[in-house]
Design a protein around this ligand. Structure first.
Ligand SMILES: NC(=O)c1ccc[n+]([C@@H]2O[C@H](COP(=O)([O-])OP(=O)(O)OC[C@H]3O[C@@H](n4cnc5c(N)ncnc54)[C@H](O)[C@@H]3O)[C@@H](O)[C@H]2O)c1
Length: 308
């Protein structure tokens, strides 16, 4: 059981939900976030916030003081912008991770959990769920950096005798998702519909995703924190496929039934099918996804309306 955790990126979407869950368990939490996307008000008052950069040795050394468990969530999170800004993507997502690992070597850290992504996989030809041994051949710079970071994490933590678990999140949704034009199709569509604008669908809308609620992602992290296994790599999803058109229909129906989506050309770097086979995490960690998109959607719409 962790006593003191570091959540990098803890002012962001997933990191702030995770921070609250750790605090609720009585764990002391330090958040390291440069607030490039995250917000100060997302960090609960009970957590210690260090405004700093995962690429800075001094910031990371300060944040790691007394920490036994690291949840590394900080990243530049955009497949699409990683194509033009591949250098910055790798600097933050890969070199930032290496800086953190380097500083773990001389620290009290015993366990390292890394937020990876479904973007590490090759594009799949069918919507069948893919398991962890599916071809790791990313089609975006973001996915390449995440895959390299995973490998460094697993290799270097073994050398340092630190436990390590890699969690490959699929499309995560939930209240408080950072609004950007690039990440979180559900939040992007809701934000557009609330402004009276049509959702923009890239390609034919038949691309399928595994939408997993942030509560389930947090729960996967807590299970990986608690397991007696020392090393692991898991998909974190639901195993269910939903097309972008289905999402658009659901949201149009709920928010603005007269609006029709606009179809525009597909982007490079985006996967056609991305659905998790979750057998491994279910068997190894006792994970079960509890949230359903249809049941949760009104809450997400309401949350976007309030922050609109
Ligand atoms: N949201 C998803 O669907 C999804 C899917 C797969 C993987 N992930 C991964 O989950 C993690 C969390 O993503 P999120 O959706 O909460 O995104 P987010 O943008 O809301 O959170 C990332 C946080 O990292 C911070 N950050 C960025 N660069 C930093 C730096 N150099 N130093 C310190 N902090 C920095 C940002 O300010 C932000 O608060 C990321 O590692 C992401 O790659 C997310």
């Amino acid at each position: 059981m962790s006593q003191k955790a570091l959540v990098t990126g803890g002012a962001g979407f997933i990191g702030s939900h995770l921070t609250r869950a750790l605090l609720a368990r009585g764990i002391e939490v330090t958040v390291l976030d440069d607030l490039s996307m995250g917000k100060r008000e997302n960090v609960p008052a009970d957590a210690r916030l260090i405004v700093g950069d995962v690429r800075s040795g001094d910031d990371v050394a300060l944040a790691l003081e007394g920490v036994d468990t690291v949840f590394h969530e900080a990243a530049r999170v955009s497949i699409r912008s990683s194509i033009a800004q591949f250098y910055e993507d790798a600097e933050i997502n890969l070199m930032g991770t290496l800086n953190l690992l380097q500083n773990c070597a001389q620290s009290s850290v015993r366990r390292f959990l890394f937020a990876s992504s479904m973007a590490v996989y090759a594009d799949s030809k069918t919507p069948d769920p893919i398991s962890e041994d599916y071809i790791p051949e990313p089609i975006s710079p973001y996915g390449i950096a995440k895959l390299a970071a995973e490998k460094y994490c697993l290799e270097l933590t073994r050398q340092m005798d630190i436990d390590c678990h890699i969690l490959r999140y699929f499309n995560t949704y939930g209240p408080g998702q950072s609004v950007t034009p690039y990440v979180g199709v559900i939040t992007i569509f809701i934000t557009r519909l609330l402004a009276g604008k049509p959702p923009k669908i890239f390609g034919d809308g038949e691309q399928r995703r595994d939408f997993v609620h942030v509560n389930d992602v947090v729960n996967a992290n807590l299970l990986a924190m608690d397991t007696s296994e020392r090393y692991g790599l898991y998909n974190v999803g639901t195993g269910r496929a939903t097309s972008v058109t289905e999402i658009s229909n659901l949201l149009c129906q709920r928010i603005a039934p007269d609006i029709r989506p606009e179809y525009i050309p597909a982007h490079a770097g985006e996967l056609r099918y991305s659905i998790a086979n979750i057998d491994h995490i279910c068997k190894s960690l006792g994970y079960t996804p509890k949230e359903s998109l249809v049941e949760r959607i009104d809450e997400i719409i309401e949350n976007c309306r309030l922050s609109h």
